[in-house]
Structure formats: structure tokens, C-alpha cells
Design a protein around this ligand. Structure first.
Ligand SMILES: [Zn+2]
Ligand SMILES: [Zn+2]
Length: 709
């Protein structure tokens, strides 16, 4: 043993609060260690990929007993800015540093056996780069911006001299007001600097191909790295490498891209910043938007948050002057706003009566008022989008004789019926929570009755109903089932763009981000099911979705065109969500929601966390949380400042055979909550292996800033 051994501390992807010491053999590994090196180490009986977080000459353990680092990845060390971000995320989200950092490394770089071959692979990837077809119409240069867009860009550029300074900017403008053209022109000015890198975050994979083409059109000479879960492992590995080595100048991706290494990061854009998809729902449950803001602040760079319907948090920050506030009030290309129509489904006038022209044999899934509007839209040779937020044929199958219902054997939910051809050759009952699928029974499993009926409706049933009512129309269904089956969502969207479709039936998925040119009518059939929910954010989310959906109508270029029509079927037309929508009053709705939240002391006027518990029985999970709460009380943690509610079953209590409960903790003070969560984590870890209790076998997790309660 050398007199001055080199000891490195390594974190690995395990729910372990500490790092582990290893010896570093500089001769064998070819160089001295650096903080941020990716390595392979022996761990337990196998091997693990780890990251060096500390380098020293001593260890609290016996040096002789330490194992050695086996291999060093051919990668630059993680840069200090990213390590700061990861440290913050680990602390804030109460997740071990290792399990926060390691997941950002693409699979390709996690197989140490491949490390030697990677340089070769990178070479071939360079050569095989296919040319993206660049859409010229996506390109709107600075000169082509409308006056409102020009003003917005001027404001963004005006503070340009404030270099090396954190700026958070909200760019708020109606759907179709041309926010993308504004921020792309802004990024262009930043990318004048040859070495600069920019990060562009989008909420969903489906939105990336379209934006990718637009970005390419703006920056044909800049290397772009696209990072999301839909990109192949190899491509992702290459893109990540090009970002971390500074070769890629534009990094475009979904939430996971927020944690990409970028040594020359100069600006961040978060598009559709209000979208709940930015919240990670497993592993470290971070908000990519919030981490991006922290990162911009830490690295002293500007961040632009773009939305038609900002989240309440962001909107309040802009209103109070904490964020810069830029508004785009004109719709680009002169298109006007769609007219909103609320169809009161309780009003018999809106419904078919027997004998009406066009009435269906059974009760129609579509109101008479809407049916007439669709017929008119068809006659005008325009497209209709009909939205219902449930895929499948019907949400449940029931027996008319004994009231049997198609429940999932593993979950506390019903299985959804999917028609033959949707999820395999035969029609199946599928659970949307655990994925279990089984053939639709011919007879009731309880009483043998053959008369099984579907209750409610999903996209497939609606598609059938529409084909019945308008046999001459070309109907296309767009949901995750149909996009998985065919050539993917992009191919379906293309069908709409090309005008090969008259009526589109689909989930919310159709409404996001796509600039269709010939939509005359948009209808939402199940808004009510999302209006009343235990979750206090339900109304805010529904409002944002409806605004987005409305934005799909009437985007066609000519200014003589009316803005299109949006129809919402509801039993509660008087509800504030619909009333503010009727007036296109986004700020009014947000102000109203803010005052409601303030009165009820709900976020953003307080801070929340959930302690999740999951085990074989609900009783045990609840008991586990009750015991935790009792310990919190005995330690004097429950004060006026910190409130713990009673443990409750989760909205979907049983999933895949596990029963789940949660404990909500709330404080008006961010720091108080942080300290409490750290104490809770410590407390629970005392009796746990990883995050599983040794005594009760309950699996637990702390979640900061949950977005659904
Ligand atoms: Zn039965
Ligand atoms: Zn299930």
C-alpha cells in the first residue's frame, strides 16, 4: 500500500443516504480522480456505475478493507454547476444523491463493458446523421414578426446588457399568438456566440418532432441534441455526450433534459410551463420547471417561461414583479379568437327527441346542438375535433342481471373495455393502472348471464357513434392506443394536416401544440368529469386544457375567417371555469383562483409534501403513517407552523396488488417544511432497508410539492 492512498467517495443509484469509499489506482486507471468522474465499482456481489463526489487521502474505514475503482468512463467529469443542481435536487426532494444523479446518465453509458467501443460508435453516428426535412414555413425571421411579437422580442433583447445575470421572464400570450417565433428569435441572438448552448424544454414527446423541425429551420448550422424517452438508447447516448462536451448547441427535450450537462449553458426556455408533465412521477419526484429556474438562478442566466395559461405560481410571480412579464396580445396572422359555446346538457332543447332528423336509435352520445354544428362544419369542408379524455371503448362492463362490474383483480379500479384490434386481436378488458388485460367474457363470471353491457364511453365508442351518425365522413381516432399501433402519433397528426380526415376523435393528446390549418369546430364532451375532483388543482388544469383546445380552432391564415367554434357539453355552465373561458379571460380566472387559494391557504400560499406508504394491506399502510404522525407529535414537530393531516387511502387505493395510503403535510413556511421532511426521512430510515420498513414491510416515499393530492 502506498503511503498516500487516493480515496474517492462514490454515490450509486440506490436509495442509500451515504456514499462509499473506494481506492483509486491512478496508474491502472490512467489518471488522477476528479469530482464528477463516472466509474465502475464492485458493490455487494456485483458491479455498479457510480459517480465520484469527493477525493481525499483518508477514509473513516480501514484503508486495507476498501475495494478499488475498476474502470473509468471515457467521459469528461460532470461539471460543478450540474453537481450543485443535483445536490440541491437531492436535498430539496429528499432523495439520495446517487439515485438523483445516476438516472440522468443514458443506458449506453451505464454498461462499462461497452465503454471502450463507444468512441467508434460515436464516429459512425456522426456519419449516419440523416438530414431533417426543414420546413421553411416554420421560419419567421425578426422582420416577419407582427408588431406585438416585435415588442416582445425588443423587451427580451433590451436587458441583454445584463449579462451574467439571472432573469426569469414570463412570456404570456394566447395560443396562436406566436410565442415560439419570439423565443426562437431571442435564442438566435444568444447563439450568435459560437460556444453558447441553450436548453429548450417541452412537456411532451409528441411535441418534439414539430418543434425540432422549426428549430432546425432557424438554426441550420447549429448542432442540436434531442433528449426524451422516445429517442433510441443509442441516439440518446450520443445526444447526451454531444451536450456534455459542448458540441451540441441546442438541447431540446422533455423534463429529463433539464438535468443535462451543458458546460456553456446561456439560456433556458420552458415551453408550456404550466404543463403537469414537467413533474416527474417516479424516482426523484422533481419538477423540471422548478429545477430549471433554480439552475438559471445558480448559473446566472436568463430563463423564459412560455404559456397561454401560466401556472398560478408563475403568474403570481410575474404579477408581483418577481419575474419580468411580457405579454403577446395579438394572434399571429390575424386569426381571431374562437367563439365558445356552452351546451347545457340538462336542457332538453339541446337533446334529440325521438323522431328528430339525425337522431340515433339509442340515446345519442352527442347532443343535438353539437350534432347540428358538426353537420354544418362538414358542409363547410372544415375539420372537427371531438375530445373525450378516456381511451378505450367504455370505462366499465356490467351485467344487467346481477350488477357484476368488470373490476381489476389487482387494483381498486374497473377495467376498461377495448374493442378488437385496439390492444391485440381480440377485444379485451384492460386495467389502465396495472396494465393487466384479459379477454372480454362472453357470459357474466358471477351469474352466467349473456347480456353484458358497457357503461359510459371512451374514444372507441365515440368513434363508432360518429361513424354511425355521419357515414360519409372520414373519421380518425387519435389516442395512445391508435398512435402505438400505427406509425406513431406524428403520422396521425400528418393525416389531419393533409386534410385526409373530416372528424377527429381523440384524447387531450390531439390538442397539444399542433398548428392545424383547417379546424372549424372543437368539442369537449367530458369536461364535467374533470371539473369536480378531490384535487384542488382540477379546475386550474381543466381551464388550461380548454384554452389549449380552443386554440386549435380557427388557426387558418386568412383574417376574413372567423376564429372557429368550441363547444363544451356540461351540466354546470355557470361554473367559473366555463364563465371565464366564455370571455377568454385568462387573467380573470387566475386572479379568481388565486383568491380562492389564498383564502383556503392552499399552494402557492402554503407548501405541501406527501408521505406515501404502500404494502400488502391498507390497514398496515395507514397504521404505518399513523405511527409516523404520532412520533412527529411526540417530537414536538406538529406546531402551529406545521400541520399533518390524517392518513388516507390514495385516490386509486390498490394498484397491482399493493394497497396505498398517503399522509399530507403542510406548512406556510418553506424552511419549516424542509426541516420536517429531513427529520421524517431520518426517522423512517432508522427502521428501513432502503425505503422499505424492516418491521412492517411498508414501502415509503417522501414527495415534495405534489401536484395531485
Ligand atoms: Zn351477472
Ligand atoms: Zn389493475
Amino acid at each position: 500500500m502506498t503511503p498516500h492512498p487516493i480515496v474517492v467517495q462514490i454515490v450509486i443509484d440506490k436509495p442509500l443516504a451515504q456514499g462509499f469509499d473506494y481506492l483509486w489506482d491512478a496508474e491502472k486507471l490512467g489518471k488522477l480522480p476528479e469530482i464528477g468522474n463516472v466509474v465502475e465499482v464492485p458493490f455487494s456481489r456485483g458491479k455498479e456505475i457510480g459517480l465520484v463526489i469527493k477525493v481525499s487521502n483518508h477514509s473513516d474505514y480501514e484503508i486495507e478493507k476498501l475495494k478499488s475503482v475498476e474502470r473509468l468512463a471515457p467521459l469528461p467529469a460532470f461539471d460543478p454547476a450540474l453537481l450543485r443542481l443535483m445536490n440541491f435536487a437531492s436535498q430539496y426532494y429528499i432523495h439520495a444523491l446517487g439515485e438523483t444523479i445516476l438516472p440522468v446518465i443514458p443506458q449506453m453509458w451505464k454498461k462499462a463493458d461497452n465503454w471502450e467501443k463507444i468512441p467508434e460508435k460515436l464516429e459512425s453516428a456522426q456519419k449516419s446523421k440523416k438530414k431533417l426535412d426543414v420546413l421553411a414555413e416554420g421560419l419567421i425571421t425578426q422582420e416577419q414578426l407582427n408588431p406585438s411579437q416585435k415588442n416582445a422580442l425588443q423587451e427580451l433583447l433590451a436587458s441583454h446588457e445584463k449579462e451574467n445575470q439571472f432573469r426569469a421572464i414570463l412570456l404570456q400570450g394566447q395560443t396562436g399568438s406566436g410565442k415560439t417565433a419570439v423565443f426562437l428569435n431571442w435564442l438566435a441572438s444568444i447563439l450568435h456566440d459560437e460556444s453558447a448552448q441553450v436548453l429548450l424544454l417541452v412537456p411532451e414527446i409528441n411535441l418534439t418532432p414539430q418543434l425540432e423541425r422549426r428549430v432546425k429551420a432557424y438554426f441550420p448550422d447549429k448542432k442540436m441534441a434531442v433528449l426524451h424517452s422516445g429517442v433510441s438508447e443509442k441516439k440518446r447516448g450520443v445526444a447526451w455526450y454531444e451536450a456534455m462536451t459542448g458540441k451540441a448547441k441546442i438541447i431540446l427535450g422533455t423534463r429529463l433534459a433539464a438535468l443535462t450537462l451543458m458546460p456553456n449553458l446561456r439560456a433556458i426556455v420552458v415551453d408550456e410551463e404550466h404543463d403537469p408533465s414537467y413533474k416527474q412521477q417516479d424516482g426523484t419526484r422533481y419538477s423540471a420547471r422548478d429545477l430549471a429556474i433554480w439552475r438559471a438562478h445558480d448559473q446566472k442566466i436568463p430563463i423564459l417561461l412560455s404559456s397561454a395559461t401560466p401556472s398560478l405560481e408563475t403568474w403570481l410571480a410575474a404579477q408581483s414583479g418577481r419575474y419580468e412579464y411580457i405579454r403577446l396580445d395579438q394572434r399571429a396572422q390575424g386569426a381571431s379568437l374562437p367563439s365558445v359555446h356552452l351546451i347545457n346538457t340538462r336542457d332538453p332543447q339541446n337533446q334529440f327527441s325521438p323522431g328528430d332528423v339525425g337522431a340515433t336509435k339509442e340515446k345519442s352520445l352527442i347532443s343535438k346542438t353539437l350534432a347540428n354544428a358538426i353537420t354544418k362544419t362538414l358542409a363547410e369542408k372544415k375539420q372537427s375535433l371531438i375530445l373525450i379524455n378516456r381511451r378505450g371503448y367504455a370505462p366499465v362492463l356490467s351485467c344487467s342481471a346481477c350488477n357484476w362490474l368488470s373490476k381489476c383483480a389487482q387494483c381498486s379500479t374497473y377495467t376498461v373495455m377495448h374493442k378488437a384490434g385496439a390492444l391485440g386481436k381480440r377485444s379485451v378488458l384492460s386495467c389502465h393502472h396495472c396494465g393487466l388485460a384479459k379477454p372480454v367474457p362472453q357470459f357474466c363470471p358471477d351469474c352466467g348471464n349473456a347480456d353484458l353491457k358497457t357503461l359510459g364511453h371512451g374514444t372507441q365508442k365515440l368513434e363508432d357513434a360518429i361513424e354511425d351518425m355521419w357515414p360519409q365522413a372520414r373519421v380518425l381516432r387519435v389516442d395512445t392506443d391508435s398512435s402505438r399501433k400505427s406509425k406513431g402519433a406524428e403520422a396521425l397528426f400528418q393525416e389531419i394536416h393533409n386534410g385526409n380526415v373530416d372528424i377527429v376523435v381523440g384524447t387531450q393528446m390531439i390538442a397539444k401544440g399542433h398548428d392545424y390549418q383547417n379546424i372549424g369546430l372543437v368539442a369537449v364532451l367530458d369536461a364535467d368529469s374533470r371539473l369536480y375532483s378531490a384535487d384542488f388543482r382540477a379546475a386550474e388544469r381543466l381551464f388550461a386544457q380548454l384554452v389549449q383546445v380552443a386554440g386549435r380552432a380557427g388557426r387558418s391564415g386568412s383574417s376574413s375567417d372567423a376564429g372557429g367554434d368550441i363547444y363544451i357539453e356540461t351540466q354546470y355552465p355557470e361554473s367559473p371555469v366555463f364563465q371565464y373561458l366564455l370571455r377568454h379571460d385568462i387573467d380573470g380566472f387566475l386572479a379568481f383562483t388565486a383568491s380562492e387559494r389564498e383564502e383556503a391557504k392552499l399552494p402557492p400560499y402554503s407548501y405541501q409534501a406527501l408521505i406515501h406508504a404502500e404494502g400488502k394491506s391498507l390497514d398496515k399502510a395507514i397504521q404505518f403513517l399513523n405511527e409516523l404522525k404520532a412520533r412527529m407529535r411526540s417530537k414536538g414537530m406538529l406546531t402551529k407552523e406545521l400541520k399533518a393531516y390524517d392518513p388516507v387511502p390514495k385516490p386509486v387505493m390498490r394498484v397491482a396488488g399493493s394497497e396505498r395510503a398517503q399522509l399530507l403535510i403542510e406548512s406556510a413556511n418553506r424552511k419549516t417544511l424542509q426541516e420536517a421532511l429531513e427529520m421524517i426521512d431520518q426517522d423512517l430510515r432508522q427502521d428501513s432497508t432502503g425505503r422499505i420498513s424492516k418491521t412492517s414491510r411498508i414501502r415509503w416515499l417522501v414527495e415534495r410539492d405534489p401536484i395531485s393530492i
